[in-house]
Design a protein around this ligand. Structure first.
Ligand SMILES: Nc1nc2c(c(=O)[nH]1)N[C@H]1C(S)=C(S)[C@@H](COP(=O)(O)O)O[C@H]1N2
Ligand SMILES: [Mo]
Length: 325
């Protein structure tokens, strides 16, 4: 049984949100902003920060999405509290405790660009995109290259649907994804020695694999900012660093790009980054992993347990190049 503990930055469900209600509160928020009503006065609901949250939360009515029972995991779901407070998101700091800092991310408006080798370049607003896609929930394992793992009920849509929407041209071999760039809100991006923006890529075949998702939510609600709102990549057979957060651009290309971590440390973080217990990170073993929140250390599985879905993607490539790093 999944028990939810609500992080304090979220609004209680009881005050989220019919449209009429939303408009009234928006009026109220404007007045608070103008100083004509005292924030937090009779009811603590109407704080300036609550106002900020309401303006952004346009997609809540899409949640919870129907669970796709084909994707189950024989592991306990990691408590939401852990998944939303222990994060890698270098834009907000090179440590795990970035969840508060990440609340500064502005997720509306959010424009997504689809360009490069496509039939026609597209610029689309996130809410328009979400309306076109069929959201579903899937429980997946997630394995960070740092040897910790979590199990998350993600919401999102198959990346295959994004390919159909983008209509790549015949020469396109890779989908390159870029995260937002804004030094004002993301202090990590002032660390000039990192090659911002965060960038990742997968092959078209990987993108079309049935496991690949574009994540829009988790735990039955819109994605928390610290987990990569409003759009992140989910490719569960690969190490977590491939699963780029807060995407603003999908660029189709013939040439394999260098990703963020390849530029920082190419020997340690290669392009393929498929989970493999037998290929150690140069500085630590990948044979086992720590299941956050359980105190358990368990064996790492090849392709993070997803070999039946993805192993065949790599049979040809394996002969030609060293594919795991
Ligand atoms: N934009 C961006 N995406 C990112 C990262 C990052 O620093 N910036 N870190 C990656 C790493 S190393 C991991 S393990 C996962 C962590 O996702 P989570 O914090 O939601 O568990 O996000 C990945 N996506
Ligand atoms: Mo990671």
């Amino acid at each position: 049984m999944l028990t939810r503990s609500k992080p304090t930055w979220e609004l209680p469900a009881s005050i989220a949100t019919t449209e009429a209600d939303f408009l009234n509160r928006r009026e109220l928020c404007k007045k608070i902003a103008a100083g004509s009503i005292l924030a937090g006065g009779p009811s603590l609901i109407f704080t300036p920060s609550a106002c900020a949250t309401q303006k952004k939360d346009l997609s809540t009515s899409l949640y919870p999405a129907t669970r796709n029972a084909n994707y189950k995991v024989n592991r306990e779901i990691t408590p939401e509290k852990i998944t939303t407070t222990y994060n890698n998101f270098y834009e907000f700091g090179s440590h795990k405790n970035i969840w508060r800092a990440a609340q500064r991310l502005q997720i509306r408006p959010w424009e997504v660009t689809i360009d490069g080798l496509v039939e026609r370049e597209i610029k689309v607003d996130i809410d328009t995109l979400l309306k076109r896609m069929q959201l579903e929930e899937r429980i997946y394992r997630h394995r960070c290259v740092e040897a910790w793992a979590i199990t998350v009920p993600w919401t999102g849509f198959p990346m295959r649907a994004l390919l159909d929407y983008a209509r790549p041209r015949a020469g396109a071999k890779y989908v390159v994804m870029e995260a937002f760039e804004d030094q004002e809100i993301a202090p990590g991006q002032r660390q000039f020695w990192y090659p911002w923006p965060y960038r990742e890529a997968v092959t078209i075949e990987e993108a079309a694999n049935e496991l690949s998702m574009i994540g829009t939510g988790a735990y039955g609600r819109p994605m928390a900012k610290q987990n990569g709102a409003p759009l992140r990549l989910i490719v569960p057979w690969k190490y977590g660093f491939k699963q780029i957060k807060s995407i603003v651009r999908f660029h189709f290309t013939e040439n394999r790009p260098l990703s963020f971590w390849q530029k920082v440390q190419g020997e340690e973080y290669g392009f393929w980054a498929n989970v493999n217990p037998d290929v150690d990170h140069p500085r630590w073993s990948q044979a086992t992993e720590k299941l956050l929140g359980t105190g358990k250390q368990v064996p790492t599985q090849l392709y993070n347990g997803y070999a039946e879905y993805v192993a065949e993607l790599y049979t040809g490539i394996r002969k030609k190049e060293k594919i795991f790093y």
